[in-house]
Design a protein around this ligand. Structure first.
Ligand SMILES: *[C@@H]1O[C@H](CO)[C@@H](O)[C@H](O)[C@H]1NC(C)=O
Ligand SMILES: *[C@@H]1O[C@H](CO)[C@@H](O)[C@H](O)[C@H]1NC(C)=O
Ligand SMILES: *[C@@H]1O[C@H](CO)[C@@H](O)[C@H](O)[C@H]1NC(C)=O
Ligand SMILES: *[C@@H]1O[C@H](CO)[C@@H](O)[C@H](O)[C@H]1NC(C)=O
Length: 474
């Protein structure tokens, strides 16, 4: 039926009698496919931020920082990344030097998580090794310090992307050795009453669509990793190995769909070997800074297509948490001004939470997702639909299950209508900008009826406050 609409539309287009596509949004409201809690979307702080002095220089009394950090709460914050495997702790050092950090740096990270209301996940250095295995002595120092200070740490991790160590360090940590190391971590945590029940998240491998990575992941679980872990975490980016990064990269439906394969592997391997454990995308984003092609496009409006779609696809899977890389490097600029994706992430957290529904009318280029609305923002029963329109034309969407309804539109467009890779973003036409330390008001545009229009190459949310969806009333 939909294809008929498309072909009719194309005929209209040829004759120039229509300026957009018309589509139906049908939502399978009877049978939620998943359920996501308030901490579904978390964030990360890259360890890079700790070992090169930025954390030491950060002004924790900044009201702007408080506003920006707290607005993303509740969340997990995963402190980790490549530099976690270079970081050494020195309990008597003042500040930081050359990848060595003293207590003040860790204290500051802790205080940031507290003022923000974030639950801490801390990634430990697995590259300090002795006789082929991890040497936990420096980790014991860290745990001693944390524990003396009474810092609650929700989860620990060991290393970052160990399956690509060869590339980074000319070092191979086999899956068996890593499993052994994780079991060591589990027993080290038993020495500290405060961390006996902390979760252990791993193995933090990346590129699970590659056979080698899957073999590594499975071998790790079979060799003892399954006994050490309390949650499974892997990483995902759309690069490298994908076509060079250009504008088309960010609005490529085939590329977006490739995440499904990734999620299928992650979930099916976890179900087979550790069926009882929650599954995380413990560090993820869209592209790496090191992707080939145009630099810094990933810090602009255009990156939102890949990010929002990733949230949509992941929300439909069994993955329980997605930690967005990274609070300082990607969501905020050097002046702590929010980039477009900060606002997108914020809106997502404000508007989306709870049961997730399948949208059978979704297509490769008009990508539709539906979920209950966050009950902190709307009354129970409300429904949020979000759409990523990567068509080159406007699309008018009709919610045929709903008749005369109030629709609250939150349409995000590029801050510069002429430039899809603008560094600013507009909500319902108004550029989003902080005033001093205050976030801008982010009001909806209210319309009545059951249809709304998405401009070509834009994305946005629609809340139906009075949808009265049974699965959203609970
Ligand atoms: C730790 O830092 C102190 C003070 O900077 C220094 O004297 C000491 O050598 C360091 N310890 C190690 C093991 O590097
Ligand atoms: C910094 O650390 C590296 C090893 O991580 C070492 O090779 C280098 O000599 C150190 N530089 C200084 C100035 O201490
Ligand atoms: C990598 O390590 C091996 C042995 O551990 C050494 O022979 C080789 O030279 C190293 N390669 C580089 C590029 O450092
Ligand atoms: C879209 O992505 C797919 C998968 O990565 C790739 O094969 C294809 O060439 C891309 N298309 C364009 C137009 O870049």
């Amino acid at each position: 039926m939909f294809w008929k609409t498309i072909s009719l539309y194309h005929i209209f287009l040829i004759f120039g009698t229509s300026s957009g596509l018309a589509m139906d949004v049908r939502i399978d409201l009877q049978q939620p496919v998943a359920e996501k809690g308030p901490k579904f979307v978390g964030i990360t702080v890259d360890t890079r931020y700790l070992v090169y002095g930025q954390m030491s220089a950060l002004d924790l009394s900044s009201p702007k920082l408080h506003t920006l950090a707290r607005a993303l709460s509740p969340s997990y914050v995963r402190v980790g990344g490549t530099d976690a495997d270079d970081m050494v702790f020195n309990a008597t050092m003042n500040g930081w030097f050359n990848h060595t950090v003293g207590p003040s740096v860790l204290e500051k990270m802790w205080r940031l998580s507290q003022l923000a209301g974030w639950d801490l996940i801390f990634d430990l250095n697995v590259v300090v090794r002795k006789n082929g295995y991890w040497d936990p002595s420096n980790t014991r120092e860290i745990l001693k310090f944390f524990s003396q200070q009474g810092y609650v740490v929700d989860c620990f991790q060991l290393g970052n992307e160990p399956n690509v160590f060869e590339m980074k360090y000319n070092l191979t940590v086999s899956a068996q050795a890593l499993a052994h190391d994780y079991l060591t971590l589990k027993s080290v945590l038993q020495e500290f009453p405060l961390y006996r029940n902390s979760c252990i998240l791993g193995p933090e491998v990346t590129r699970i669509t590659q056979t080698k990575t899957r073999e590594y992941f499975i071998e790790f679980l079979k060799s003892g990793g399954a006994q050490a872990l309390t949650a499974v975490g892997v990483h995902h980016y759309f690069c490298p190995g994908d076509p060079a990064v250009n504008l088309g990269f960010f609005t490529n439906g085939t590329l977006m769909d490739s995440l499904k394969e990734e999620l299928d592997y992650l979930v099916s391997i976890s179900r087979q070997y550790v069926p009882q454990l929650p599954v995380w995308l413990s560090e993820t984003g869209t592209t790496f800074g090191s992707c080939p092609g145009t630099p810094d496009l990933d810090l602009t409006y255009i990156n939102g297509f890949l990010w929002l779609d990733k949230l949509g696809l992941t929300s439909q899977s069994a993955v329980q948490h997605v930690n967005r890389q990274g609070f300082f490097s990607d969501l905020l600029d050097d002046n702590l001004d929010p980039r477009p994706e900060y606002y997108l992430t914020l809106l997502y957290k404000r508007l989306v939470q709870g049961a997730v529904f399948r949208v059978p009318t979704t297509t490769r280029n008009v990508r539709m997702y539906a979920s209950c609305t966050n009950p902190d923002s709307y009354s129970k029963g409300a429904l949020t639909v979000y759409v990523i329109n990567i068509e080159t034309i406007d699309v008018t969407l009709t919610l045929s299950e709903f008749k005369e309804q109030q629709l609250d539109l939150y349409m995000l467009t590029s801050g510069d209508p002429e430039d899809i890779s603008s560094r600013s973003v507009a909500l319902n036409g108004d550029e989003l900008k902080m005033t001093g330390s205050e976030l801008p008001p982010m009001p909806s545009r209210i319309v009545t009826g059951n249809s709304f229009t998405m401009a070509a190459k834009t994305f946005g949310f629609v809340v139906i406050p009075n949808a009265n969806v049974p699965a959203c009333r609970r």
